[in-house]
Design a protein around this ligand. Structure first.
Ligand code: ATP
Ligand code: MG
Length: 361
């Protein structure tokens, strides 16, 4: 069986370092591994509209931002198909049929949707489209017959929902859809990177992000203002590294050889953590090191972005071509789905003959 990847991001803002470690970096590595037959990377504008219906301009403006972030991180349009969700109308049609296979109570139990509803203060006024986005995500994944979906931990319930739809569809209508597997980052710190404010998740919607496109100075300021252990008041106080975003970021981004270059007093992260834990190490020193680590990771990304920014029409052309190619694949799946559901009346000669015979008697 072919090995196919589908993943993507909502164009609700520029991409941040949480996206980078949670998904983007892994995608680039998978792309370059050469072991996948096809890689589809989707800018999920239709999904973004489910909770931004009144801000279409925000979604529109952020499509190019996400595309620039993709290209600057090393996604390569010669190896990966970059597409815009709304340009593939077949996805809506698939969603509509999958809706019959999912109950309202099953959607209500989805923990990610529950917390996102809370975060957005939707409570009693949840848009139906937002409520059903796990179904549309199942359409995205299955349309490309994806076998692997590399995402951050918050997406696990969506993949679970997709698997259920696939099983249900195949058992009712016959083997048609492919059940995908989730692929999470190996590094625990990358599963759900916290915000610079210490909140559980760095998220475009929470304004607690370090963006891939932030300037060197923005990144420095954000790092120096980061939330740390609130009980670590004096340098001499013992500090906590668990749950401390500065150390979580170091877990996510720091390579051991960066110590020799930027903080040679310590051989590795364990030594730095041990010093912080026993006391005598100030936040400022750790933050200055984290800033250097992040700048090393971000500066090549920033430089590549500058180049692509000079060539915006070419970026739109990449998205246009990718969307066209993706549409062909989705149309084939939709046709398979309709055949399995027997809603292919005009192609079904047996049906026409059967009905003709019934009335000929
Ligand atoms: P929004 O607030 O609009 O939902 P978001 O920041 O959650 O935006 P998405 O576009 O929903 O970003 O997520 C894109 C991908 O990035 C998903 O695979 C998601 O799991 C991953 N991701 C998002 N935030 C983080 C994070 N803080 N840490 C690790 N992975 C993340
Ligand atoms: Mg999200």
């Amino acid at each position: 069986m072919s090995k196919i990847i589908l993943t993507g991001d909502r164009p609700t803002g520029r991409l941040h370092v949480g996206h980078y470690v949670g998904s983007l970096k892994g995608r680039v590595a998978l792309q370059n591994s050469g072991i996948y037959d096809k890689i589809f990377i989707m800018i999920a504008d239709a999904q973004a509209l489910t909770d931004n219906a009144e801000q279409p301009e925000k979604v529109r403006q952020n499509i190019i931002e996400v595309a620039l972030d993709y290209l600057s991180c090393g996604l390569d349009p010669r190896k990966s198909t970059l597409l815009i969700q709304s340009q593939i109308p077949e996805l809506c049609e698939l969603s509509f049929y999958y809706m019959n296979l999912v109950t309202v109570s099953r959607l209500q139990r989805n923990p990610t949707v529950k917390s996102e509803i809370q975060m957005r203060n939707f409570e009693a006024s949840i848009p139906v489209g937002f409520f059903t986005y796990p179904i549309s995500q199942a359409a995205d994944i299955t349309a490309f017959k994806a076998t692997t979906v590399p995402v951050g931990e918050d997406q696990l319930p969506m993949i679970e929902q997709t698997k259920e739809i696939v099983r249900k569809f195949n058992s009712v209508y016959g083997d048609t859809l492919v059940e995908p597997d989730v692929l999470l980052p190996d590094n625990k710190a990358c599963l759900r990177l916290p915000g610079i404010d210490g909140k559980a998740k760095m998220s475009k919607s929470l304004n607690n992000c370090i963006y891939l496109s932030d300037t060197e100075e923005d990144v420095r300021k954000k790092v120096m203002s980061m939330f740390t252990d609130p009980n670590h008041l004096q340098v001499s106080d013992p500090g906590r590294v668990e749950g401390n975003p500065v150390f979580i970021y170091l877990d996510a981004f720091c390579e051991t050889d960066m110590f020799a270059e930027y903080l040679p007093d310590y051989a590795n992260l364990d030594e730095l953590k041990a010093h912080y834990t026993r006391g005598g190490l100030g936040d400022v020193k750790v933050k200055k090191f984290l800033n250097k680590v992040l700048q090393e990771v971000l500066s090549p990304i920033r430089a590549r972005r500058k180049e692509w920014e000079q060539n915006i029409p070419a970026v739109y052309e990449i998205l246009r071509e990718g969307s066209l190619a993706a549409r062909e694949v989705a149309a084939q799946t939709l046709s398979d789905v309709k055949n399995s559901m027997k809603i292919n009346y005009f192609d079904d000669q047996a049906l026409i003959t059967e009905q003709a015979q019934k009335y000929a008697q």
